[in-house]
Design a protein around this ligand. Sequence first.
Ligand SMILES: C[S@@+](CC[C@H](N)C(=O)[O-])C[C@H]1O[C@@H](n2cnc3c(N)ncnc32)[C@H](O)[C@@H]1O
Length: 363
Amino acid sequence: MPSARLGAAESITRALCIGEQPMVLVRTVTGLERLAAAELTAANHRVIDLSKRQLIVEPTSATIVTNPPRLADDLFIVQAAVTDPGRTRAALTAAVNSLDLRGCPPGRLAVSASFQGTRNYNRFDVEDLVGEAVQRLAGSRYHSRRNGTAPPTERVDWRVVLDGTTMWVGVRPFDVPLHRREYRRHTVTGSLHPPVAAAMARIANIGEGHRVVDPFCGAGTLLLEAQAIAPSATYLGIDKATIAAARANTADHAPIHWRTGNARALAGQFDRIVTNPPWDVRLGIGDLAPYLNQWRRVLKPDGLVVAILNHEQAARMIGDTAWRIHDVYDVAVAGQHPRILVAEPARPRRSTPAAAARCPVAR
Ligand SMILES: C[S@@+](CC[C@H](N)C(=O)[O-])C[C@H]1O[C@@H](n2cnc3c(N)ncnc32)[C@H](O)[C@@H]1O
Protein backbone atom coordinates (compact mmCIF):
# COMPACT_ATOMS: atom_id res chain seq x y z
CA MET A 1 0.00 0.00 0.00
CA PRO A 2 1.30 3.53 -0.61
CA SER A 3 2.56 5.29 2.52
CA ALA A 4 0.95 8.47 3.79
CA ARG A 5 2.53 11.81 2.92
CA LEU A 6 4.41 13.61 5.65
CA GLY A 7 1.94 15.41 7.91
CA ALA A 8 -1.21 13.63 6.69
CA ALA A 9 -1.60 11.34 9.71
CA GLU A 10 -0.64 14.18 12.08
CA SER A 11 -3.33 16.45 10.62
CA ILE A 12 -6.01 13.83 11.39
CA THR A 13 -4.69 13.23 14.91
CA ARG A 14 -4.51 16.98 15.58
CA ALA A 15 -8.09 17.56 14.36
CA LEU A 16 -9.39 14.73 16.55
CA CYS A 17 -7.45 16.06 19.56
CA ILE A 18 -9.08 19.49 19.33
CA GLY A 19 -12.53 17.96 18.93
CA GLU A 20 -12.89 18.47 15.17
CA GLN A 21 -14.20 15.56 13.15
CA PRO A 22 -12.17 15.01 9.96
CA MET A 23 -13.97 13.44 7.02
CA VAL A 24 -12.62 11.10 4.40
CA LEU A 25 -13.95 10.38 0.92
CA VAL A 26 -13.34 6.78 -0.12
CA ARG A 27 -13.76 5.75 -3.75
CA THR A 28 -14.43 2.08 -4.55
CA VAL A 29 -14.94 -0.26 -7.49
CA THR A 30 -18.64 -0.52 -8.41
CA GLY A 31 -20.11 -3.42 -6.45
CA LEU A 32 -17.57 -3.33 -3.60
CA GLU A 33 -19.13 -0.44 -1.67
CA ARG A 34 -20.66 -2.54 1.12
CA LEU A 35 -17.60 -4.73 1.50
CA ALA A 36 -15.35 -1.66 1.73
CA ALA A 37 -17.73 -0.20 4.33
CA ALA A 38 -17.48 -3.44 6.35
CA GLU A 39 -13.68 -3.28 6.22
CA LEU A 40 -13.70 0.33 7.48
CA THR A 41 -16.23 -0.44 10.20
CA ALA A 42 -14.15 -3.40 11.35
CA ALA A 43 -11.22 -0.95 11.67
CA ASN A 44 -13.43 1.19 13.99
CA HIS A 45 -14.09 4.04 11.55
CA ARG A 46 -17.64 5.34 11.02
CA VAL A 47 -19.14 5.09 7.56
CA ILE A 48 -21.75 7.84 7.46
CA ASP A 49 -22.82 7.63 3.83
CA LEU A 50 -22.63 5.02 1.10
CA SER A 51 -23.50 5.53 -2.57
CA LYS A 52 -22.35 4.17 -5.93
CA ARG A 53 -18.51 3.96 -5.89
CA GLN A 54 -18.26 6.20 -2.84
CA LEU A 55 -18.22 6.15 0.96
CA ILE A 56 -18.06 9.09 3.33
CA VAL A 57 -16.18 8.14 6.47
CA GLU A 58 -15.53 9.73 9.84
CA PRO A 59 -12.16 8.30 10.87
CA THR A 60 -11.66 7.65 14.55
CA SER A 61 -7.87 7.73 14.24
CA ALA A 62 -5.04 8.35 11.78
CA THR A 63 -4.92 4.62 11.01
CA ILE A 64 -7.23 5.42 8.08
CA VAL A 65 -4.09 6.73 6.32
CA THR A 66 -1.33 4.78 8.07
CA ASN A 67 -3.14 1.46 7.55
CA PRO A 68 -5.56 2.32 4.76
CA PRO A 69 -8.40 0.05 3.59
CA ARG A 70 -7.25 -2.53 1.05
CA LEU A 71 -10.67 -2.64 -0.63
CA ALA A 72 -10.64 1.09 -1.42
CA ASP A 73 -9.72 2.26 -4.88
CA ASP A 74 -8.63 5.62 -3.56
CA LEU A 75 -9.00 7.87 -0.51
CA PHE A 76 -9.07 11.65 0.02
CA ILE A 77 -9.14 13.81 3.14
CA VAL A 78 -12.10 16.17 2.73
CA GLN A 79 -11.02 19.84 2.69
CA ALA A 80 -14.44 21.32 1.97
CA ALA A 81 -17.99 20.22 1.19
CA VAL A 82 -20.90 22.34 -0.01
CA THR A 83 -24.27 21.62 -1.58
CA ASP A 84 -23.95 20.29 -5.14
CA PRO A 85 -24.52 23.42 -7.29
CA GLY A 86 -26.45 21.51 -9.96
CA ARG A 87 -26.31 22.01 -13.70
CA THR A 88 -25.31 25.61 -14.43
CA ARG A 89 -21.81 26.97 -14.69
CA ALA A 90 -22.78 30.14 -12.84
CA ALA A 91 -23.94 28.06 -9.85
CA LEU A 92 -20.73 26.01 -10.03
CA THR A 93 -18.60 29.18 -9.94
CA ALA A 94 -20.54 30.50 -6.95
CA ALA A 95 -20.16 27.15 -5.15
CA VAL A 96 -16.39 27.07 -5.76
CA ASN A 97 -16.06 30.68 -4.55
CA SER A 98 -17.87 29.71 -1.35
CA LEU A 99 -15.42 26.90 -0.51
CA ASP A 100 -13.39 27.41 2.63
CA LEU A 101 -9.97 26.23 1.44
CA ARG A 102 -7.83 27.86 4.11
CA GLY A 103 -5.05 25.69 5.47
CA CYS A 104 -4.78 23.52 2.38
CA PRO A 105 -1.41 21.96 1.56
CA PRO A 106 0.97 24.13 -0.51
CA GLY A 107 3.00 22.98 -3.54
CA ARG A 108 2.13 21.97 -7.06
CA LEU A 109 -1.31 20.55 -7.50
CA ALA A 110 -3.51 18.76 -10.00
CA VAL A 111 -7.26 18.25 -9.74
CA SER A 112 -9.48 15.50 -11.08
CA ALA A 113 -13.23 15.83 -11.02
CA SER A 114 -16.31 13.74 -11.71
CA PHE A 115 -20.04 14.35 -11.47
CA GLN A 116 -23.36 12.61 -11.70
CA GLY A 117 -26.10 13.73 -14.09
CA THR A 118 -26.31 16.30 -16.88
CA ARG A 119 -24.46 19.60 -16.46
CA ASN A 120 -23.75 22.51 -18.79
CA TYR A 121 -20.06 22.36 -17.84
CA ASN A 122 -17.49 19.61 -18.18
CA ARG A 123 -14.99 18.02 -15.76
CA PHE A 124 -12.19 20.36 -16.89
CA ASP A 125 -14.35 23.39 -15.99
CA VAL A 126 -14.73 21.99 -12.46
CA GLU A 127 -11.03 21.11 -12.21
CA ASP A 128 -9.86 24.54 -13.42
CA LEU A 129 -12.21 26.45 -11.13
CA VAL A 130 -11.14 24.50 -8.06
CA GLY A 131 -7.44 24.38 -9.04
CA GLU A 132 -7.31 28.13 -9.64
CA ALA A 133 -9.12 28.81 -6.35
CA VAL A 134 -6.56 26.72 -4.43
CA GLN A 135 -3.72 28.42 -6.32
CA ARG A 136 -5.09 31.82 -5.29
CA LEU A 137 -5.66 30.90 -1.67
CA ALA A 138 -2.69 28.68 -0.87
CA GLY A 139 -0.13 30.17 -3.23
CA SER A 140 0.24 26.76 -4.87
CA ARG A 141 0.90 26.13 -8.56
CA TYR A 142 -2.05 24.54 -10.40
CA HIS A 143 -1.49 22.24 -13.42
CA SER A 144 -4.57 21.88 -15.62
CA ARG A 145 -5.25 18.64 -17.50
CA ARG A 146 -7.48 20.41 -20.03
CA ASN A 147 -4.95 20.30 -22.88
CA GLY A 148 -3.89 16.74 -22.22
CA THR A 149 -0.56 17.71 -20.62
CA ALA A 150 0.39 15.40 -17.78
CA PRO A 151 0.93 17.25 -14.47
CA PRO A 152 4.41 16.97 -12.87
CA THR A 153 5.09 13.85 -10.80
CA GLU A 154 5.87 15.91 -7.69
CA ARG A 155 2.41 17.25 -6.86
CA VAL A 156 -0.55 17.02 -4.52
CA ASP A 157 -3.66 15.44 -6.07
CA TRP A 158 -7.02 17.00 -5.38
CA ARG A 159 -10.33 15.28 -6.09
CA VAL A 160 -13.73 16.88 -6.64
CA VAL A 161 -16.92 14.81 -6.69
CA LEU A 162 -20.36 16.26 -7.39
CA ASP A 163 -22.58 13.38 -6.36
CA GLY A 164 -25.97 15.07 -6.92
CA THR A 165 -26.25 16.12 -3.27
CA THR A 166 -22.86 17.43 -2.21
CA MET A 167 -19.76 18.85 -3.86
CA TRP A 168 -16.85 17.13 -2.09
CA VAL A 169 -13.34 18.55 -2.36
CA GLY A 170 -10.55 16.37 -1.01
CA VAL A 171 -6.79 15.86 -1.07
CA ARG A 172 -5.11 12.48 -1.56
CA PRO A 173 -2.79 11.87 1.41
CA PHE A 174 -0.64 9.54 -0.71
CA ASP A 175 1.65 10.16 -3.70
CA VAL A 176 -0.20 7.60 -5.82
CA PRO A 177 -3.76 6.18 -5.91
CA LEU A 178 -4.52 3.73 -3.15
CA HIS A 179 -5.14 0.81 -5.52
CA ARG A 180 -1.43 0.83 -6.48
CA ARG A 181 0.52 -1.80 -4.61
CA GLU A 182 4.24 -1.63 -4.02
CA TYR A 183 4.61 -5.41 -4.41
CA ARG A 184 3.09 -5.37 -7.91
CA ARG A 185 6.15 -4.85 -10.03
CA HIS A 186 5.01 -7.42 -12.62
CA THR A 187 1.61 -8.20 -14.10
CA VAL A 188 0.35 -10.69 -16.69
CA THR A 189 -2.49 -10.50 -19.22
CA GLY A 190 -5.68 -10.35 -17.17
CA SER A 191 -4.04 -9.40 -13.85
CA LEU A 192 -6.70 -8.51 -11.32
CA HIS A 193 -7.29 -5.05 -9.88
CA PRO A 194 -5.79 -5.32 -6.33
CA PRO A 195 -8.84 -3.94 -4.42
CA VAL A 196 -11.02 -6.60 -6.12
CA ALA A 197 -8.50 -9.28 -5.14
CA ALA A 198 -8.52 -7.90 -1.57
CA ALA A 199 -12.33 -8.04 -1.52
CA MET A 200 -12.27 -11.69 -2.62
CA ALA A 201 -9.69 -12.52 0.05
CA ARG A 202 -11.86 -10.83 2.66
CA ILE A 203 -15.00 -12.67 1.53
CA ALA A 204 -13.07 -15.96 1.71
CA ASN A 205 -12.75 -15.54 5.47
CA ILE A 206 -9.39 -17.32 5.53
CA GLY A 207 -8.52 -18.71 8.95
CA GLU A 208 -5.34 -19.57 10.78
CA GLY A 209 -3.71 -22.67 9.33
CA HIS A 210 -5.97 -22.78 6.28
CA ARG A 211 -4.54 -24.16 3.06
CA VAL A 212 -5.47 -21.87 0.19
CA VAL A 213 -4.96 -22.46 -3.54
CA ASP A 214 -5.30 -20.30 -6.64
CA PRO A 215 -5.15 -22.64 -9.67
CA PHE A 216 -4.97 -19.69 -12.13
CA CYS A 217 -2.54 -17.51 -10.19
CA GLY A 218 -0.99 -15.35 -12.97
CA ALA A 219 1.09 -12.63 -11.31
CA GLY A 220 -0.22 -13.72 -7.90
CA THR A 221 -2.42 -10.74 -6.99
CA LEU A 222 -5.11 -12.82 -5.26
CA LEU A 223 -2.79 -14.74 -2.98
CA LEU A 224 -0.60 -11.71 -2.27
CA GLU A 225 -3.68 -9.77 -1.15
CA ALA A 226 -4.95 -12.79 0.81
CA GLN A 227 -1.61 -13.22 2.54
CA ALA A 228 -1.63 -9.54 3.56
CA ILE A 229 -5.08 -10.01 5.12
CA ALA A 230 -4.60 -13.52 6.56
CA PRO A 231 -0.86 -14.04 7.13
CA SER A 232 -1.17 -17.26 9.12
CA ALA A 233 -2.54 -19.42 6.31
CA THR A 234 -0.43 -21.26 3.72
CA TYR A 235 -0.81 -20.48 0.05
CA LEU A 236 -0.23 -22.33 -3.21
CA GLY A 237 -0.43 -20.55 -6.56
CA ILE A 238 -0.52 -22.60 -9.77
CA ASP A 239 -0.33 -21.40 -13.35
CA LYS A 240 0.22 -23.27 -16.60
CA ALA A 241 2.31 -20.40 -18.03
CA THR A 242 5.12 -18.64 -16.23
CA ILE A 243 5.02 -18.06 -12.49
CA ALA A 244 8.09 -15.78 -12.67
CA ALA A 245 5.89 -12.67 -12.27
CA ALA A 246 4.24 -14.06 -9.12
CA ARG A 247 7.63 -15.06 -7.70
CA ALA A 248 9.11 -11.64 -8.41
CA ASN A 249 6.14 -9.94 -6.71
CA THR A 250 6.54 -11.98 -3.52
CA ALA A 251 8.55 -10.89 -0.51
CA ASP A 252 11.20 -13.31 0.78
CA HIS A 253 9.88 -15.76 3.39
CA ALA A 254 6.20 -15.12 2.58
CA PRO A 255 4.34 -18.45 3.05
CA ILE A 256 3.30 -18.60 -0.62
CA HIS A 257 4.48 -21.35 -2.97
CA TRP A 258 4.26 -20.81 -6.70
CA ARG A 259 4.16 -23.83 -9.00
CA THR A 260 3.80 -24.38 -12.72
CA GLY A 261 0.92 -26.78 -13.30
CA ASN A 262 -2.40 -27.44 -14.94
CA ALA A 263 -5.67 -26.41 -13.28
CA ARG A 264 -7.19 -29.51 -14.92
CA ALA A 265 -5.08 -31.79 -12.72
CA LEU A 266 -5.00 -30.50 -9.15
CA ALA A 267 -3.65 -32.47 -6.20
CA GLY A 268 -4.04 -32.00 -2.45
CA GLN A 269 -6.81 -30.85 -0.13
CA PHE A 270 -7.63 -27.21 0.48
CA ASP A 271 -9.79 -25.12 2.79
CA ARG A 272 -10.16 -22.30 0.29
CA ILE A 273 -9.94 -21.86 -3.47
CA VAL A 274 -9.63 -18.19 -4.38
CA THR A 275 -9.31 -17.75 -8.10
CA ASN A 276 -9.66 -15.76 -11.30
CA PRO A 277 -9.83 -18.06 -14.35
CA PRO A 278 -9.50 -16.43 -17.79
CA TRP A 279 -12.79 -14.80 -18.84
CA ASP A 280 -12.48 -15.81 -22.49
CA VAL A 281 -11.79 -12.19 -23.46
CA ARG A 282 -8.03 -11.85 -23.84
CA LEU A 283 -7.29 -15.38 -22.56
CA GLY A 284 -9.56 -18.36 -23.14
CA ILE A 285 -10.32 -21.57 -21.26
CA GLY A 286 -13.59 -22.72 -22.82
CA ASP A 287 -15.98 -24.83 -20.75
CA LEU A 288 -15.58 -24.35 -17.01
CA ALA A 289 -16.95 -27.83 -16.18
CA PRO A 290 -13.61 -29.73 -16.00
CA TYR A 291 -12.22 -27.06 -13.67
CA LEU A 292 -15.32 -27.11 -11.46
CA ASN A 293 -14.85 -30.88 -11.12
CA GLN A 294 -11.27 -30.33 -9.98
CA TRP A 295 -12.33 -27.69 -7.45
CA ARG A 296 -14.97 -30.07 -6.08
CA ARG A 297 -12.37 -32.85 -5.80
CA VAL A 298 -9.67 -30.92 -3.93
CA LEU A 299 -11.88 -28.81 -1.66
CA LYS A 300 -12.42 -30.03 1.90
CA PRO A 301 -16.11 -30.71 2.73
CA ASP A 302 -16.37 -27.48 4.74
CA GLY A 303 -14.24 -25.56 2.23
CA LEU A 304 -15.18 -22.49 0.23
CA VAL A 305 -14.57 -21.27 -3.31
CA VAL A 306 -14.39 -17.58 -4.10
CA ALA A 307 -14.10 -17.15 -7.86
CA ILE A 308 -14.42 -14.16 -10.15
CA LEU A 309 -16.10 -15.35 -13.34
CA ASN A 310 -17.66 -13.99 -16.50
CA HIS A 311 -21.47 -14.25 -16.73
CA GLU A 312 -21.44 -17.49 -18.72
CA GLN A 313 -19.01 -19.15 -16.31
CA ALA A 314 -21.01 -17.88 -13.34
CA ALA A 315 -24.25 -19.28 -14.82
CA ARG A 316 -22.46 -22.62 -15.33
CA MET A 317 -21.41 -22.78 -11.68
CA ILE A 318 -24.76 -21.54 -10.33
CA GLY A 319 -26.54 -24.21 -12.41
CA ASP A 320 -24.22 -27.00 -11.20
CA THR A 321 -25.93 -28.98 -8.43
CA ALA A 322 -22.52 -29.96 -7.02
CA TRP A 323 -22.29 -26.43 -5.57
CA ARG A 324 -24.27 -24.49 -3.01
CA ILE A 325 -23.96 -20.79 -3.82
CA HIS A 326 -23.67 -18.53 -0.77
CA ASP A 327 -23.32 -15.13 -2.39
CA VAL A 328 -22.94 -13.37 -5.70
CA TYR A 329 -21.31 -9.94 -6.05
CA ASP A 330 -21.62 -8.06 -9.34
CA VAL A 331 -18.66 -5.79 -9.93
CA ALA A 332 -17.43 -3.53 -12.74
CA VAL A 333 -13.71 -3.76 -13.37
CA ALA A 334 -11.37 -3.34 -16.37
CA GLY A 335 -14.35 -2.52 -18.61
CA GLN A 336 -15.92 -5.91 -17.76
CA HIS A 337 -18.82 -6.88 -15.52
CA PRO A 338 -17.74 -10.13 -13.87
CA ARG A 339 -19.43 -11.82 -10.92
CA ILE A 340 -17.73 -12.93 -7.71
CA LEU A 341 -19.26 -16.24 -6.61
CA VAL A 342 -18.91 -17.66 -3.13
CA ALA A 343 -19.76 -21.36 -3.05
CA GLU A 344 -19.31 -24.50 -1.00
CA PRO A 345 -19.57 -28.10 -2.13
CA ALA A 346 -23.22 -29.20 -1.96
CA ARG A 347 -23.64 -31.93 0.64
CA PRO A 348 -25.28 -35.13 -0.57
CA ARG A 349 -28.91 -35.26 0.61
CA ARG A 350 -29.47 -37.72 3.48
CA SER A 351 -31.58 -40.66 2.38
CA THR A 352 -35.00 -40.81 4.09
CA PRO A 353 -36.50 -44.27 4.89
CA ALA A 354 -39.11 -43.70 2.16
CA ALA A 355 -36.44 -42.89 -0.40
CA ALA A 356 -34.38 -45.90 0.71
CA ALA A 357 -37.42 -48.15 0.25
CA ARG A 358 -37.83 -46.85 -3.31
CA CYS A 359 -34.14 -47.53 -3.98
CA PRO A 360 -33.18 -50.92 -2.49
CA VAL A 361 -29.62 -50.79 -3.93
CA ALA A 362 -28.85 -47.90 -1.60
CA ARG A 363 -29.41 -50.09 1.46
C1 LIG B 1 -6.92 -13.99 -15.57
S1 LIG B 1 -5.33 -14.61 -15.39
C2 LIG B 1 -5.10 -14.58 -13.66
C3 LIG B 1 -4.56 -13.27 -13.23
C4 LIG B 1 -4.16 -13.22 -11.78
N1 LIG B 1 -5.31 -13.29 -10.89
C5 LIG B 1 -3.35 -11.94 -11.53
O1 LIG B 1 -3.83 -11.04 -10.84
O2 LIG B 1 -2.27 -11.83 -12.11
C6 LIG B 1 -5.58 -16.30 -15.69
C7 LIG B 1 -4.33 -17.14 -15.63
O3 LIG B 1 -4.73 -18.49 -15.82
C8 LIG B 1 -3.67 -19.18 -16.45
N2 LIG B 1 -4.24 -20.42 -17.03
C9 LIG B 1 -5.04 -20.58 -18.11
N3 LIG B 1 -5.36 -21.88 -18.28
C10 LIG B 1 -4.77 -22.56 -17.26
C11 LIG B 1 -4.73 -23.91 -16.87
N4 LIG B 1 -5.37 -24.89 -17.56
N5 LIG B 1 -4.03 -24.26 -15.77
C12 LIG B 1 -3.36 -23.31 -15.05
N6 LIG B 1 -3.35 -22.00 -15.39
C13 LIG B 1 -4.05 -21.63 -16.46
C14 LIG B 1 -3.12 -18.19 -17.45
O4 LIG B 1 -1.78 -18.48 -17.76
C15 LIG B 1 -3.28 -16.85 -16.69
O5 LIG B 1 -2.08 -16.49 -16.05
